[in-house]
Write a protein that binds this ligand. Structure first.
Ligand code: C2E
Ligand code: CA
Ligand code: CA
Length: 578
């Protein structure tokens, strides 16, 4: 019972959507009615041709008889159109009309005692043969098209519906706004089977699994209305409908999972196959086709990544973050390997607008040339332990460039580089710095290392030792993002820093109310008391600049006077300043 319901439902939806693509769209029924009416009218007109009626045209009278040829040609055209456009219905209508004409003509012949109707009857027979041939041909054509259509939506290997059928069904369910769950399924370690046992066995595994799953879908044992398709390789998709709760969806998926637990013997080899299932629901999780597929995939990929005993997972928005992080990590590793991490230089100015130097800011593009912001890739690099490589690459590349620029321009300017505390704590960090300085890439007094306040607190003592070493080399120290951490002033006072960088968030707020401005003024005073210069970051507006001047800020870094620049533009700026 269920089987019929589900099969018919699927077939209808698929058939309809696929037919909507084919050129052979159904002709409107109004056309059929019009053809029948015209045909009957013509038959009636032909029946009048024995009478002596006339039609007046342009003042002359033409006997109706003279139109006999035209009438018969047009009625034949009607017959042909019916068969061509209205297939079975048109064929049976035409056949009935033609067959009915035979007794009519015979009756007329007997009534008029004339054999004049014999050619008419003969023509009628010939037309019947023509109509049968025409219909037979178009029937064959239609069957052929149906076969092609079936092939287009069927996976050749497993003979279950394919990717195209899946996306068609999903689109049509979305169009009808029917609730459903889309499950993305991927076999675990299938590549291993292919690699070790060969494609032939791999194919047999896919066929067997597909057939087990198809029988669950077709028999409806799961209690929901299911549609299983093969997307590609060892990827399958399952569409689940007619469920009442999330538990129903879970139970259904568990049955598909359980089907893999039954022994799978192929060519006398016992194989153990498992799969990862991730699903997303329409419309709760996503309301369009692309998102549904990618969300179900994201859940499935997470199952694989976790590799725990849990094989089924529903999509949740957090997964997108995981996905994005993994994607960035991949791109980051790629960029590090190909050494395509590069840098921009943002100018820093004294409050009276003299160039102090530049901050080197890491930049990254993926292989398609899309820029990924440091706000995204720096935290990923920190998390996965690649930050020292990123810092190192920016430091080396920018120091080499800057050293040469100093030689060419003779300018007295500083290069600031960002160093993550994780990087700084590495044993070879000081060697990295020495290499930069000793090889003569950049004199120590033109280099500044920026360390954020917040991370310094976490690793106090060792960080302090390290900073002292850096300082001994003659390199300057800047405390970055000052004000965002919670370090005590006495603690900060121990750091042999040179520059305090006020975080952009304070600069943003400073003209909103008086107390924020007072706060920035307090930071500047504290900096000065500790013997440090103070630079304000993220200055964008004239008003902020005026206030900063007012409260005695020493330096400015912000879009107001300069955005991060590519090397050549930074060079031009230096040349124009000196
Ligand atoms: P940061 O060290 O605080 O760098 C300043 C950031 O503020 C830069 O963003 C810069 O473009 C931006 N900025 C400067 N002036 C303005 C302004 O007027 N308006 C606005 N809206 N933004 C301004 P960016 O380049 O996106 O860098 C973001 C963060 O990434 C940096 O913040 C830094 O923490 C980190 N970073 C960048 N390069 C490196 C690196 O080589 N190593 C490490 N460890 N971190 C880096
Ligand atoms: Ca910085
Ligand atoms: Ca900063």
């Amino acid at each position: 019972m269920k089987k019929n319901r589900s099969e018919i439902a699927e077939k209808n939806i698929l058939q309809k959507t696929i037919e909507s693509f084919s050129e052979n769209k159904k002709a409107p029924i109004a056309g059929y009615v019009a053809l029948v009416i015209v045909y009957i009218a013509l038959i009636v007109a032909t029946a009048c041709k024995g009478s002596n009626s006339y039609i007046s045209i342009a003042g002359g009278k033409i006997p109706v008889n003279a139109f006999a040829g035209i009438l018969s040609a047009v009625s034949n055209i009607c017959i042909i159109l019916m068969v061509v456009y209205y297939k079975k219905l048109g064929f049976y209508t035409a056949l009935t009309a033609l067959i009915l004409q035979i007794p009519m003509l015979s009756f007329s012949m007997l009534k008029n005692q004339s054999i004049a109707m014999i050619p008419g009857i003969f023509t009628d027979f010939l037309t019947i043969i023509a109509v049968i041939l025409l219909y037979y041909n178009s029937y064959k054509n239609q069957k052929y098209q149906e076969r092609i259509r079936d092939q287009a939506v069927t996976d050749r290997l497993t003979e279950i519906p394919n990717r195209f059928a899946c996306s068609e069904l999903v689109s049509s369910l979305i169009r009808r706004d029917d609730e459903f769950a889309l499950v993305s399924i991927d076999l675990n370690n299938f590549k291993g089977i292919n690699d070790t046992m060969g494609f032939n066995i791999g194919n047999k595994v896919l066929i067997e699994i597909a057939s087990r799953w198809k029988s669950i879908a077709d028999t409806g044992v799961s209690g929901t209305l299911d549609f299983i398709t093969r997307i590609a390789g060892d990827e399958f998709s399952l569409i689940i409908r007619n469920y009442h709760s999330d538990d129903d969806i879970m139970n259904t998926i568990k049955q598909y999972e359980a089907a893999l637990n039954r022994r799978l013997t192929i060519d006398n080899i016992d194989l153990y196959i498992s799969a990862s299932f991730g699903y997303a629901k329409y419309p709760t999780d996503a309301n369009n086709l692309d998102s549904l597929f990618s969300y179900a995939d994201a859940a499935m990929t997470e199952v694989k990544r976790e590799g725990s005993g849990n094989h089924i997972l529903r999509f949740s928005p957090e997964l997108l973050k995981v996905e994005r992080t993994l994607e960035i990590e991949r791109k980051l590793r790629n960029a590090l390997e190909n050494e395509t991490i590069y840098f921009n230089l943002q100018p820093q100015y004294s409050i009276d607008h003299k160039l102090r130097g530049f901050e080197a800011l890491a930049r990254m593009k993926d292989s398609d040339g899309n820029v990924i912001s440091p706000g995204e890739f720096i935290p990923v690099a920190e998390k996965v332990g690649l930050i020292d490589k990123v810092d190192g690459m920016v430091m080396k590349k920018s120091a080499t460039f800057f050293g040469e620029l100093l030689k060419r321009s003779g300018a007295d300017i500083t290069l600031s580089v960002n160093v993550s505390v994780k990087h700084m704590m590495k044993n070879d960090f000081l060697d990295e710095l020495r290499e930069i300085i000793n090889i003569g890439k950049l004199p120590a007094n033109h280099l500044e290392v920026e360390i954020t306040e917040s991370v310094m607190i976490d690793s106090a003592e060792k960080a302090l030792q390290c900073i002292e070493e850096i300082k001994k080399m003659g390199i300057k120290i800047a405390i970055d993002d000052f004000g965002t951490g919670y370090s005590s002033l006495s603690y900060l006072n121990k750091f042999p820093a040179d520059l305090l960088k006020i975080d952009k968030s304070f600069v943003d707020d400073m003209n909103k109310d008086d107390s924020s401005k007072q706060y920035v003024a307090a930071i500047i005073s504290i900096g000065h008391i500790m013997g440090l210069d103070v630079i304000a970051e993220g200055v964008e507006e004239e008003e902020q600049l005026a206030s900063l001047k007012d409260i005695g800020c020493d330096y400015i870094q912000g879009f107001i006077w300069g955005r991060p620049l590519p090397m050549n533009e930074a060079e031009r700026l230096v040349m124009s300043e000196t």
